[in-house]
Design a protein around this ligand. Structure first.
Ligand code: GP9
Ligand code: MN
Length: 680
């Protein structure tokens, strides 16, 4: 036995076998790869072999017992990659891509989330590494000091490449154009394995950075023709109806539309938001068939899509990977065309999702991040500030802004893993035995109460009636990994089609001077928000490169694209590549009409990608006097605060008039958190 282990090839065999076995186990029990036939299962079984042979084979080039050491290191790296994907997948139902990895500044705040995704049984994934280490240290003395003939490891690595070729060939039989159509990472892992997926992802990223270098001014023409053509003219009655009105945008974190009017144990979960939807006198228009269109960038994707009417990227968050691109985003447009100032309020660190960089490219004037709030322990949970103190402390800042303003209020408490302090929980959890799903309703209720408190405060401050109030959901909160619990809640099987239907998020809007239309069933998505808002304010959306269309327009396009190429229209859907009748939920055979819809979604997503990848808006001028945003004009650092004069005056006056004891909590907090640095 000892001879076998110390024979290098013996040790190699054990290392290769264990990583193979572990990968296969993970595929079966951790990932939901939707294996549909025997060939797919066979590919799943063999797909770790190629990368295992190639990577571990590298160690065989070393001399003597170093082979063992290198092999353990390579094995450990592969295991780490696999396990990182396991943890990531447990929440995201998705695999780690390079762009996600470069967003490490986000990992810190994820502490709570990650802890809830890791269990002690995961220690099992360490067992093989420990075995290798023990075997190696027990047999080390008798390892030969010689280097193997190069031929042997070369043969092994060539065998790896050969296995990969066969693997890819068979995969293409089952799924033609697997590597060309990069929409779904699940496919690539299913057919080619987690390690090959990482390599593929790395190559994709090199490709995308070259794309920017190669792009030139001509590339924007095709896109411009397309968006020009797609443009939907405004509804005459509504065009400009909100001219000069403040726009207050309330971002509901992780809020599925199913929460609206949902009753848990006979009790409404979100009674306040329900009342905005249902009570005609509230004058809201609620779009019940509005979808989020986000991918890996989650909140960041939602922000990008809503504020630019471009799609997020198929991988990673454009906020991070394209954070230095040129944009013609809503804040900048409102500023240049209608003299608005813009601000974002968020009780988390400013660098999360690279916001402090990309907001400058968007032309956002003020970013009130956690440095402006009282972040004492009892006010913070999960990612950051709890929503109630968040809204409370935002009020004085909001009141001090020059008008008209565009203010984006980003909530946070209703976020996976839906932690809530006992005193904040006013509804019992669900009872599905899936802890995060069960708590989901409690944090949703907390969010509902927070919005109610905010609306009351806005009314009291005289900011409610005369402002556009827009409330929207950013993305799903319960991932496809929780279909068992969801199935219990809805008392039906959660098929892929049903889960896709659950990707609806709320969109509701109240516009001064416009009678609310109650619940409307037009199909729309986040991509449509920017042109809608522009038209309400009286700005022609056609000047800009936008993929969405005005939701109030007669010509509104009801084809809602998901980032993976799937889609919904009022009549049809394509989910995971399968067509459905949207009225009956029944599968449909492909036909020309459906294929045309699919192609137009793919085309549109492709054009949007070209803009981001090639940074094409740097070549586009919406109109002659347009001034490109200069990120150097914006400062969010606490030592270089660029604050509205009115806020500055307010703070200084308060300071002069009162002694510190009399200052309100929030002012005092601003004082502590950097506002003092504004003192001239
Ligand atoms: C973090 C918050 C959450 O600041 O916006 O982002 P998410 O995890 O939902 O993308
Ligand atoms: Mn979010």
């Amino acid at each position: 036995m000892k001879d076998f282990i110390s024979s290098k090839m013996g040790f190699f065999t054990i290392a290769a076998f264990t990583i193979w076995l572990k990968s296969y186990f993970v595929y079966l029990y951790e990932f939901n790869l939707d294996i549909q036939n025997l060939l797919q299962h066979f590919l799943l079984l063999i797909n770790p072999i190629s990368s295992t042979l190639v990577f571990l084979g590298i160690a065989l080039f070393a001399r003597g017992r170093r082979v063992g050491g290198y092999m353990i290191i390579i094995h450990a790296f592969m295991s780490l990659l696999l396990y990182a994907n396991v943890v990531f997948y447990r929440f995201n139902s998705d695999f780690i891509t390079l762009p996600v990895l470069t967003q490490t500044s986000n990992f810190g705040s994820l502490g709570g989330s990650i802890a809830s995704l890791v269990t002690w049984t995961d220690l099992f994934y360490l067992v093989d590494i420990i075995i290798l280490i023990v075997l190696f240290s027990k047999s080390k003395q008798i390892w030969s000091a010689e280097r193997m003939k190069f031929k042997q490891p070369l043969v092994i690595m060539t065998a790896g490449v050969l296995v990969f070729t066969i693997n890819l060939g068979l995969a293409e039989v089952d799924r033609p154009q697997l590597l060309k159509r990069t929409f779904d990472r699940n496919y690539i892992v299913k057919y080619l394995g987690a390690y090959n997926f990482t390599l593929y992802d790395a190559l994709q990223n090199v490709k995308s950075s070259t794309e920017r270098v190669l792009a030139d001014g001509n590339d924007i023409t095709e896109v411009q023709n397309y968006t020009d053509n797609k443009y939907a003219a405004p509804n005459d009655e509504l065009f400009g109806i909100a001219e000069d009105k403040n726009i207050i945008k309330i971002h509901l974190e992780s809020f599925h539309s199913f929460l609206i009017d949902y009753e848990l144990n006979g009790e409404e979960v979100t009674p306040f938001i329900n009342s905005l939807v249902n009570d005609q006198s509230e004058d809201y228009t609620y779009f019940e068939n509005f979808f989020h269109q986000t991918e890996q960038g989650k909140t960041a994707d939602a922000e990008l899509i809503v504020d630019t009417s471009l799609y997020g990227l198929p991988q990673g968050a454009a906020f991070v990977t394209k954070g230095k691109n040129t944009y013609q985003a809503l804040p900048a447009v409102l500023n240049q065309e209608a003299d608005y100032n813009s601000s974002v309020f968020h009780g988390d660190g400013k660098s999360f999702w690279n916001r402090d960089e990309v907001y400058k490219e968007f032309g956002i004037d003020y970013f009130f991040d956690e440095a402006f709030y009282d972040m004492s322990d009892d006010k913070v949970i999960g990612y950051g500030l709890k929503d109630k103190p968040f809204f409370k402390e935002s009020m004085p800042i909001l009141e001090s802004l020059d008008e008209p303003f565009y203010a984006h209020m980003m909530t946070l408490t209703h976020h996976h893993p839906y932690l809530i302090d006992e005193e904040d929980a006013t509804i019992a959890p669900a009872e599905t035995n899936d802890a995060s799903v069960d708590r989901y309703f409690q944090t949703a209720r907390y969010l509902d109460e927070s919005v109610e408190q905010f609306v009351e405060d806005l009314k009291e401050a005289g900011l409610y009636d005369d402002s556009v109030i827009m409330i929207y959901g950013d993305h799903y909160g319960i991932s496809e990994n929780h279909t068992r619990a969801l199935g219990e809640l809805f008392e039906e099987e959660i098929t892929s089609f049903k889960y896709a239907e659950l990707q609806r998020v709320p969109f509701m809007i109240k516009v001064p001077g416009m009678e609310g239309r109650g619940t409307v069933s037009e199909y729309s998505g986040q991509i449509d928000v920017m042109p809608t808002l522009l038209h309400l304010v009286g700005i022609k959306a056609q000047d800009y490169i936008q993929f969405g269309t005005d939701m109030f327009s007669e010509e509104h396009d009801d084809l809602v694209a998901f980032r993976n190429g799937d889609f919904f229209t009022e009549d049809y859907a394509m989910i995971k590549g399968i067509y459905y009748d949207n009225h009956t939920g029944e599968e449909l055979e492909p036909n020309e009409e459906l294929d045309a819809l699919k192609d137009s979604v793919a085309h549109e997503l492709g054009l949007s990608d070209r803009i981001l990848q090639g940074d094409l808006l740097r070549f586009y001028e919406p109109f002659e006097e347009w001034e490109p945003v200069n990120s150097k004009d914006y400062f969010y650092d606490s030592d270089q605060l660029d604050i509205p004069d009115s806020l500055m005056d307010k703070w200084i006056t308060d300071e002069d008039e009162n002694d510190t004891d009399n200052q309100s909590d929030s002012e005092e907090q601003m004082n502590q958190n950097g506002a003092s640095q504004m003192t001239p």
